[in-house]
Design a protein around this ligand. Structure first.
Ligand code: SF4
Ligand code: SF4
Length: 361
């Protein structure tokens, strides 16, 4: 048995902003292919770590002045540098106590089912597929899952299993899922990323799941400010509901492929890097999805969009160069103004104008 205080103090000292510990059995209702209980069958506990996204990395997108910092610092920086460093440090503390630390940093497209929708098919990873098309002799096709993975034993599922990070964070008592499918925490609203550690250790204390005032106001700000109309209206009835060990989590059934296009390329009115003429011309219908000519959002349409627009914002950081930030900024702004988990954190609100900027074209 390990002291939860010991591990939490180690996590905070190493640089995590929050840490929650839960018995791994809280994940027992997850589909097998996405259930972390299959990762380390002897694991008894799971530890969730929260890494705050500094509100300031959204400032440039809020002002329309700087778009690179959010994807590079808050996606790349946290996933590749800050979170792995904390996992490594805390893992050593646990192993010094004589238990194993199975660390799990954020990753993507590595499971046997698609990380877009949980389906087992050969879902393409559009931007990587473009590279394959351009360098066909040297590259292997990429998908949102690993196509040919097989279970190595009868009582388990294929590696490399990927689980739902946000739901695992709920299980660890760190927060709730908002209507926009973002994880909301009492401390940072929608501004964080997470990482996990599984261990065969039991802890002297486990965290309850969050049971305070609902963190999502169901205000619909995220719906209104999504440039792609990807998030259904609050009263649309289009919901996804999941039961985490007795706690019901519900969110809007977001059109994830639409979001794949819009969160990177934002659209005619919110992407200052793509000249107006490119939208006007819409060569070969490549921007039909972004321009509302078609509602069909799938891998093929996304590949057309990415192929047509990727040259207008080079400097990839291994992550999609998110330019939208619509739902996250709308949520922060609303929670700060109307009350909820973000109030009283900052002297000045994120949004100092009445509305977000929009290009006139
Ligand atoms: S990230 Fe952007 S495109 Fe995706 S749901 Fe949020 S606001 Fe919409
Ligand atoms: S913007 Fe409003 S409805 Fe959307 S997730 Fe935030 S609090 Fe919930």
């Amino acid at each position: 048995m390990i002291s939860s205080k010991l591990v939490k103090e180690a996590a905070i000292a190493a640089g995590a902003d929050l840490c929650g510990i839960a018995p791994i059995t809280r994940m027992k209702g997850a589909p097998d292919e996405m259930n972390p209980m299959f990762l380390f069958p002897e694991a008894k506990s799971m530890i969730g770590f929260v890494f705050r996204i500094p509100r300031g990395v959204q400032r440039g997108i809020e002002e329309g002045t700087q778009f690179y910092q959010y994807p590079s610092m808050a996606y790349g920086g946290i996933n590749e540098i800050f979170a792995p460093a904390v996992l490594y440090s805390v893992g050593k503390v646990i192993e010094d106590e004589g238990y194993e630390a199975f660390v799990y940093r954020n990753t993507g497209a590595r499971g046997c089912v698609s990380d877009m929708d949980g389906s087992p098919g050969n879902t393409l990873s559009p931007e990587e597929q473009i590279e394959v098309n351009e360098n066909a002799k040297t590259s292997t096709a990429h998908h949102r899952n690993v196509q040919f993975t097989r279970a190595t034993r009868e009582d388990n599922v294929p590696p490399d299993l990927q689980f739902q990070f946000r739901l695992a964070a709920v299980a660890c008592g760190l927060g709730e899922i908002g209507w926009s499918k973002m994880l909301l925490t009492p401390e940072f609203g929608p501004l964080q990323r997470v990482a996990f550690l599984f261990t065969d250790a039991e802890f002297d204390e486990y965290d309850e799941m969050y049971n305070g005032k609902p963190l999502c106001r169901k205000c619909g700000a995220c719906v209104r400010e999504c440039p792609g109309g990807c998030i259904p209206a609050i009263n649309s009835g289009k919901t996804i509901t999941v039961n985490i060990d007795g706690k019901l989590c519900e969110w809007g059934d977001i059109d994830m492929w639409r979001c794949y296009a819009f969160y990177t390329h934002a659209g005619r009115y919110y992407n200052p890097f793509v000249p107006k003429e490119v939208w006007d011309k819409n060569e070969n219908g490549a921007l039909d999805l972004m321009e509302g000519v078609t509602d069909l959002a799938n891998e093929q349409e996304i590949m057309k969009v990415y192929t047509a627009l990727q040259k207008y914002f080079p400097s990839w950081v291994g992550y999609n160069m998110a330019k939208c930030g619509g739902c996250i900024r709308a949520c922060v702004s609303m929670l700060e103004k109307k009350g909820g988990c973000m109030e009283d954190r900052f002297e000045q609100p994120l949004r100092t104008r009445k509305t977000a900027w929009k290009l006139d074209r």
